[in-house]
Design a binder for this molecule. Structure first.
Ligand code: UD1
Length: 426
């Protein structure tokens, strides 16, 4: 077990290389189940969740080879080969540890005609049901049963193209539907599909494997099913949440940092929001530069929305920034209930935040003070690190394993731009 110690007050200067996106890498790895031929993924971040997905795929008989220790900013390479599947069951013990493992349901069903995957159950950031995933697979002709906490899906004669209309946007359900539809017979329309860049990345990889997909990046994705997919190589797109987190780190700590291997387009609404609170943002050849010198950031209000809106995965980090800004900010969480678990921890550091239903009212204070805090989930933990960068004195963030699920070598990346940060055993 580790903790992270930060001594606040250092301005940040230099460059931070951005890793491949965790939320793209996980479904891309699951896509390896769709063919017996090798799928090679590059720019894969070295993260606990990614290693976990590799272990899960091995249980299905997938030959998984990791080559190249990822150096900072240069991801690793996975070669996946799902020659003959040796199983189609994902146990409770696995799915409860990583909810994203539910994304194997669609590809297993499409490839093997059956799959048994544990229901993820509750999770720390709200109920997060999977009804949309199941409705999509049923629309494609699968029989879906719920027994003893498991989803048992079968389509012995194969899936059939259909119109899938989602009542609201779900990233995971769109991914499961897309991966099932590529091997279904005939045409599938996914209406009200998620437009997150990670869906586009998955679609591009599936296309390179021989799938016929149009409409990626729009709310209407169309798929013409094919009989089989083949070998391909695909580079994972940069992580827009990691990008946004480091952009906010510069905004909160002050300084000038170039984020490389990423782009402004990828972060959607985030760049304009950061400009409105006083950061300067300028595109560069390799990514973009974030600068904040002089004055305190000023407050801005925001609500989380599906892409291209402001992402829920940056809500906690933005709250840390607003905790030190001049003025009052209202931050509304519309995607997940119960995603304000960082609030009590930020209060320990001297923040002034009141929660009213789905909205946090943040009155900025001139400075936070270092404290012992507890990471409660992945994105919340990064918000505590950001708060620590701006706080007076020493902050200890406990339960760092949450961070390791989704941020590659965070202390190294922040350390190289001048933050006083280190990882210590507990
Ligand atoms: C993905 C991301 C996560 C991000 C989230 C929203 C991955 C691995 N995770 O999670 O980091 O925070 O998108 O951008 O990519 N819902 C239902 N029924 C369903 C499915 C979802 O009611 O069948 C609800 C959820 O409870 C939530 C909302 O829909 O309120 C959006 O969830 P969804 O987009 O599915 O999130 P994930 O794919 O789980």
């Amino acid at each position: 077990m580790y903790k992270i110690r930060i001594r606040g007050g250092a301005r940040l200067k230099g460059e931070i290389p951005i890793s491949g996106a965790k939320n793209a890498a996980l479904p891309l790895m699951a896509a390896g189940l769709l063919t017996g031929e090798p799928l090679v993924l590059t720019n894969v971040p070295k993260l606990a969740d990614v290693a976990f997905m590799a272990d899960l795929l091995r249980l299905f008989g997938v030959d998984v080879e990791w080559t190249g220790e990822a150096s900072l900013g240069q991801g690793g390479r996975y070669r996946l080969r799902a020659g003959t599947l040796q199983g189609t069951t994902a146990d409770y013990d696995i799915v409860r540890k990583m909810r994203a493992s539910f994304v194997v349901l669609g590809p297993l069903l499409a490839r093997a005609g059956e799959a048994k995957v544990s229901l993820p159950g509750g999770c720390a950031i709200g109920a997060r049901p999977v009804d949309l995933h199941l409705k999509a697979l049923e629309a494609l002709g699968a029989t879906v049963e719920l027994t003893e906490g498991y989803v048992i899906a079968s389509a012995p004669k194969g899936l059939k193209g259909a119109v899938i209309e989602f009542p609201f946007v779900s990233v995971g359900a769109t991914e499961n539907a897309l991966m099932a539809a590529v091997l279904a017979e005939g045409r599938t329309v996914i209406a009200n599909a998620a437009r997150e860049p990670e869906i586009g990345d998955l679609g591009r990889c599936l296309s390179a494997m021989g799938a016929k997909i149009t409409g990626l990046g729009t709310p209407r994705i169309e798929v013409e099913g094919v009989d089989r997919l083949h070998a391909a190589e695909h580079s994972v797109l940069p992580d827009r949440i990691e990008t946004g987190t480091y952009a906010m780190a510069v905004a909160i700590a002050g300084g000038e940092v170039e984020l490389t291997g990423t782009s402004l387009e990828l972060v959607g609404a985030v760049a304009d929001l950061l400009k409105s609170v006083g950061a300067e943002i300028a595109a560069t050849k390799r990514g973009f530069k974030v600068t904040r010198n002089g004055y305190r950031p000023v407050s801005a209000s925001v609500e989380t929305q599906p892409f291209p809106g402001f992402p829920t995965d940056l809500q906690a980090q933005f709250m840390a920034l607003m905790a030190t800004a001049e003025g009052v900010s209202r931050i509304r969480e519309t995607i997940f209930e119960n995603r304000f678990m960082h609030v009590p921890e930020l209060l320990r550091m001297g923040a002034d935040i009141k929660v009213d239903g789905d909205t946090a009212i943040v009155t900025g204070v001139p400075s936070l003070t270092g404290a012992q805090v507890m990471a409660t989930d992945l994105r919340a933990s990064s918000s505590l690190v950001l708060a620590g960068l701006a706080a007076e004195g020493e902050t200890i963030v406990n339960r760092v394993y949450h961070l390791d699920r989704g941020f590659e070598r965070l202390e190294e990346k922040l350390g190289r731009v001048g933050a006083d940060i280190e990882r210590l055993p507990t």
